[in-house]
Design a protein around this ligand. Structure first.
Ligand SMILES: [Zn+2]
Length: 79
């Protein structure tokens, strides 16, 4: 269910997104997370279900219980 962005009033659309996170000091990408994304400002909203799934996956990654589907080198920059 898509709605209106609470930040800018733009249109929110359902999308599958990548979530970048740092776990155990390492950059990880969680792929295929369902989110509502604002077309105007890029604000993302995750459902409670998706947040729970991400939380569970984070714990598994922390405990080394899951293997990544792919490992890519990521260059990270700060502004
Ligand atoms: Zn917005």
């Amino acid at each position: 269910m898509a709605g209106i962005c609470s930040i800018c009033g733009g249109e929110m659309v359902d999308k599958s997104v990548d979530v970048v996170d740092t776990i155990n000091g390492k950059l990880v990408v969680i792929r295929g997370v369902s989110a509502e994304v604002c077309m105007r400002c890029g604000e993302r909203l995750y459902s409670q279900g998706e947040l729970k799934k991400m939380e569970k996956l984070r714990e598994k990654i922390q405990d080394n219980l899951v293997k990544p589907i792919t490992v890519e080198e990521v260059a990270v920059f700060a502004v």
